[in-house]
Ligand binder design. Structure first.
Ligand code: ADE
Ligand code: ZN
Length: 323
């Protein structure tokens, strides 16, 4: 088992803007007369050093995504890549902060453009997209309330989740309770980036304060056996992004990554790429890495698909269609 391209996959942790191919961003920059040469290396790949610099380059790339049409085209480009790697269902984090500047009225137009592209991709490439509105932790809890309003106003068949990303070392998750309560009341599924840069206590905080069913990354839970047991008992789902963690230096290499220990302990695991061009990865490469590092075979990959299906923030008819 070596080529994983055609294995059907569900991806629950993909940042739409973070999945923008560098050539796509360069093209927009050229057309709009914006100098973004500093964020690319000689090969044309994104250039950054460490996590905080990654966030800076990510935000710089987003500055040329300025119209609903840009997001329409971006969505098609991203889903084309996903479909090429066997992804049949994708949940993308959409950040109103990076499109429409959190403007509630403009946001509807951006969302409509993304949804139109998603419908085209579904018809032409067989990949289903759902959106998870995401606030940015280092922009603070007040801004997050505005983003939660965007989520409330667009919640429905397409926008099905709410989350928080950004710098885990900024502020405390308890400060975002209001936004997560609002999103929950709007019927949205909830996930939070936690346990990527901070330890088990941050995962506990996400569960306690934000009452999420899924954790973005969550891998540092491995440092607390009682928490690992708790995650396994409660069926809390981890959106694990091994390639991202290795490239950003959370773990030195894949063999040192705790995904296999978490799986063996009974924690519900899904696997995603996070921001594929930033980490030189794709879903086939993630599967191939897990096969090489831990000997994962069909049963482990089937379990990923089953967990992904259970944890997806889509309605039950979509779930039944994907099963
Ligand atoms: N935004 C995009 N990728 C991210 C990551 N790995 N952690 C936190 N925020 C992010
Ligand atoms: Zn992420």
């Amino acid at each position: 088992m070596n080529d994983f391209t055609n294995l059907p996959k569900l991806e629950l942790h993909l940042h739409l803007e973070g999945a923008a191919p560098p050539a796509f961003i360069r093209g927009l920059a050229q057309r709009k007369g914006v100098d973004l040469s500093g964020i690319f290396d000689e090969q044309g790949a994104y250039k950054y050093k460490g996590f905080v610099d990654f966030l800076r380059v990510y935000e710089a790339a987003c500055t040329v995504l300025t119209t609903p049409q840009d997001f329409h085209d971006l969505t098609l480009a991203v889903l084309e890549q996903s479909a090429a790697h066997g992804v049949i269902y994708s949940e993308a984090f959409l950040s109103p902060d990076f499109c429409g500047g959190g403007d509630l009225l403009a946001w509807r137009d951006y969302m409509a453009a993304i949804q139109t592209a998603a419908q085209t991709a579904e018809a032409q490439m067989g990949v289903t997209l759902r959106g998870c509105i995401t606030c940015i932790r280092h922009f603070g809890p007040e801004q997050a309330r505005i983003i939660a309003r965007c989520a409330q106003e667009t919640a429905g068949d397409f926008i099905t989740g709410f989350g928080i990303a950004g710098d885990e070392n900024a502020g405390e998750l308890a400060d975002f309770i209001y936004s997560f309560d609002a999103a929950r009341e709007a019927g949205l599924g909830l996930t939070a980036h936690a346990g990527e840069w901070r330890g088990p206590d941050e995962v506990r905080a996400a569960l306690k304060h934000l009452r999420v069913s899924r954790i973005g990354h969550g891998v540092r839970a491995i440092d607390d056996p009682a928490l690992v047991d708790h995650l396994a008992e409660t069926g809390t789902v981890l959106e694990v992004c091994p390639g991202s963690n290795v490239v950003l230096g959370v773990y030195p290499d894949l063999r040192a990554h705790p995904v296999e220990k978490l799986r063996a302990a009974g924690v519900a695991i899904t696997v995603s790429t996070d921001d594929p061009p930033f980490f030189h990865t794709d879903m086939s490469a993630e599967y191939a890495g897990l096969h090489r590092a831990f000997g994962w075979e069909q049963p482990e990959f089937d379990a990923l698909a089953q967990t992904g299906l259970r944890a997806a923030f889509c309605d039950d008819s979509t779930r039944a269609r994907l099963a």
